[in-house]
Structure formats: structure tokens, C-alpha cells
Design a protein around this ligand. Structure first.
Ligand code: ZN
Length: 51
């Protein structure tokens, strides 16, 4: 018989989907987005800044 010692190692791929906190400069609502071209989900403005 083959005795399988399964030690599970979970590797999370960090860095691929990093949600960053943004704040809209138009309506000042804060949200989280991915990527460089982040738009405000409320007013669709591209004037956002990282929080
Ligand atoms: Zn906005």
C-alpha cells in the first residue's frame, strides 16, 4: 500500500489582483479599484486619487 502524506500548502498569488483604495475628487466617494485607469463607479469620473 502506498501511504500518501498529503501536506497541503496553499499558495496565494499575491500581486495579481490588488485592490487599492481610491477616492473620487468629483463626488468624494471612496471605492476600490484595480489597474491604472480607475473610474469612479458613482459619477464615472476619471479624477480619482489613491487613498
Ligand atoms: Zn465620483
Amino acid at each position: 500500500m502506498c501511504f500518501a502524506d498529503s501536506s497541503v500548502s496553499v499558495e496565494l498569488e499575491e500581486g495579481n489582483f490588488v485592490l487599492e483604495e481610491y477616492q473620487c475628487m468629483e463626488c468624494s466617494s471612496s471605492f476600490r479599484g484595480i489597474g491604472k485607469k480607475v473610474r469612479c463607479p458613482s459619477c464615472d469620473s476619471a479624477k480619482v486619487k489613491k487613498v
